[in-house]
Design a protein around this ligand. Structure first.
Ligand SMILES: [Fe+2]
Length: 359
């Protein structure tokens, strides 16, 4: 290995260590969290009125049991300075094996074990000062989204496999590196649009073939492409196509957005989607080169793979890291996803409990 390559590898390892942190629950803390999650699920989970304050109280109670080191990890994420936080040492909610064919979305959504996982995720979000929320124009306005192959496109066809596959987390298609939509702004509301989710949290009800979730922290990529390219990415010269998860008739393509913003509270905030973004045609070569450099940096990045189970959860900082996945190989895989709004984010609130934002 040449010195230059060795240096690059060491730098990448250093970044990964800083950007991807693990929080381990001890047994007592884990049992406490489990009980809070069950209590929250029994009133209907994150979508129920009152869940928000119950999750907050649970998080406050839990924090009393954490060590100084544990609190330091939570604070780093809460302040927006970490790309990914993995929670380990969590308890299972069920030992029931998945059926060969997944039940329909509604019956899955109403399962008690799903509500427990979602409730636990809502509490975990609160530990890092994020509030669970939904957008009015996405996921039918619901806080909890099940990530599974309901609409085809996986390695193995499903019953009634549709001809046209939806490019969203409800299909089985591979999804290239992206942050979650909407893409109008990242931290502060702009022109009637709330910012992108600050975080997304994922956990798994079933992941029988142990298929990983992949994350790509952006800081090493931005470091690599350099200052001029980063500055060019802060210009409003990019466009994106509408997401397939949006409510029918709502949400739209966007033009003249930036990819990077400088932000006083977190340093930088990003929005990007490798299969929805492009650079405007009539822009300078500086901007075009910057976009190419970013895409190349993302392409060449070595994603961190993490296999979710019921006993773990992963919070991804959606303004600092991209995530992606391979084609779904086992159609029994079911993840539970919730968006989180950080303490420093300023959205347009439609209703407070459950928290619904204008997208
Ligand atoms: Fe995603």
């Amino acid at each position: 290995m040449t010195d230059a390559i060795k240096h690059d590898v060491e730098t990448a390892e250093f970044f990964t260590e800083q950007e991807i942190r693990t929080f381990s629950f001890d047994n007592r803390q884990s049992i406490m969290l489990h009980r809070f999650a069950e209590a929250l699920a029994s009133i209907g989970g994150p979508q129920a009125p009152g869940a928000k304050s119950k999750a907050s109280l649970a998080a406050t109670e839990l924090k009393f049991s954490f060590s100084k080191d544990q609190c330091e990890i939570l604070d780093a994420y809460s302040d927006g300075l970490v790309s990914v936080l993995i929670f380990e040492g969590l308890q299972k909610f069920t030992d029931v094996s998945p059926p060969n064919e997944l039940p329909n979305l509604t019956s899955l959504e109403n399962r008690y074990d799903i509500l427990c996982l979602a409730a636990r995720s809502q509490i975990l979000l609160k530990l890092v000062d994020n509030s669970a929320f939904a957008y009015d124009m996405d996921n039918e306005g619901k806080l909890v989204r099940l990530v599974a192959n309901f609409k085809g496109g996986g390695l193995i066809t499903i019953n009634a496999e549709p001809e046209i596959k939806e490019l969203s987390s409800h299909s089985g298609l591979a999804l290239g590196p992206h942050t979650e939509a909407p893409y109008w702004c990242a931290v502060n509301a702009k022109d009637g649009h709330s910012p992108s989710p600050s975080s997304l949290i994922l956990s798994a009800l079933w992941n029988p073939s142990l298929e990983p979730t992949r994350v790509i922290p952006l800081p090493p990529i931005l470091e690599k492409i350099g200052v001029t390219n980063c500055l060019a990415l802060t210009t409003g010269n990019f466009q994106f196509t509408r997401s397939d998860s949006f409510v029918s008739g709502k949400g739209e393509d966007g033009r003249n957005v930036s990819i990077l913003d400088f932000d006083d509270k977190v340093g930088f905030a990003a929005r990007f989607n490798s299969y929805r973004f492009s650079v405007n045609e009539n822009v300078s070569n500086f901007v075009k080169q910057a976009y190419t450099a970013l895409c190349q940096g993302v392409d060449e990045a070595n994603p961190t793979n993490y296999t979710l189970t019921q006993e773990s959860a992963m919070v991804i900082n959606n303004t600092r890291a991209l995530h992606c996945r391979d084609v779904i190989k086992d159609n029994r895989r079911v993840l539970v996803r919730i968006f989180g709004l950080a303490k420093f984010s300023s959205p347009i609130v439609i209703s407070d409990d459950p928290l619904l934002l204008q997208g």
